[in-house]
Design a protein around this ligand. Sequence first.
Ligand code: FMN
Length: 222
Amino acid sequence: MDIKQAIKERHSVRQYSPDRISGDVRTALEGLIQECNKESGLHMQLVMDDPECFDTFLSHYGKFTGVNNYIAVVGSKKLSNLDEIAGYYGEKIVLEAQMLGLRTCWVAGTYGRGKCKAHIDAGEKIVCVISIGYGLTDGVNHKSKELSKLCGVSENDMPSWFKEGVEAALLAPTAVNQQKFFINIDGEDATIKAGFGPLTKLDLGIVRYNFEAASGHKCRRV
Ligand SMILES: Cc1cc2nc3c(=O)[nH]c(=O)nc-3n(C[C@H](O)[C@H](O)[C@H](O)COP(=O)(O)O)c2cc1C
């Protein structure tokens, strides 16, 4: 499976089977997390066998079951664009995980922040977690806003790379599916602007990764 297929097939999955992440899959996942930490300066961690973090009223209300593992997205408060970087590299891991047969869900609200077992060093904070494991379902397509609300270029005027990027951006997960971003073209690059509101910077990083991975072109925040 290539990355474009992974973008199409990835959906939030909140119900997991008890199968453990082990062997080559675990090695690949941990290697990727380390690589992303090195490149980004983040301190993301795979926490395994910890059902407590999703054993809260809100998690059950949010229909999470069987969550035994999660990636804690942790980083230094000194990083001025911490949320955006967290979104960008977290989504890279989410899509690689999809290709490894795993299912995921970005979670900023419905988990037990106080129960999270991640190591948070002085000066760091937890941005969010990503539940991860073998899914009992594959999830479903989310509803999407109209293209004209999210992009300044009409479909007929799009070069093919830009079209691929925008299609991938529309498939990206965003908090409560808010899709508060706007993408434009700028020569051989694209630009993206976040809307106002909570978690829009984190969303921006996620959407930016999807765009770049599918189009092979840079997408700059403006
Ligand atoms: C930054 C972020 C935070 C999220 N937080 C939660 C959450 O707390 N609880 C939850 O059930 N889903 C959460 N989600 C999942 C979104 O609801 C989901 O991505 C969105 O509805 C789109 O659906 P899809 O991921 O299946 O494409 C979050 C997603 C993102 C990107």
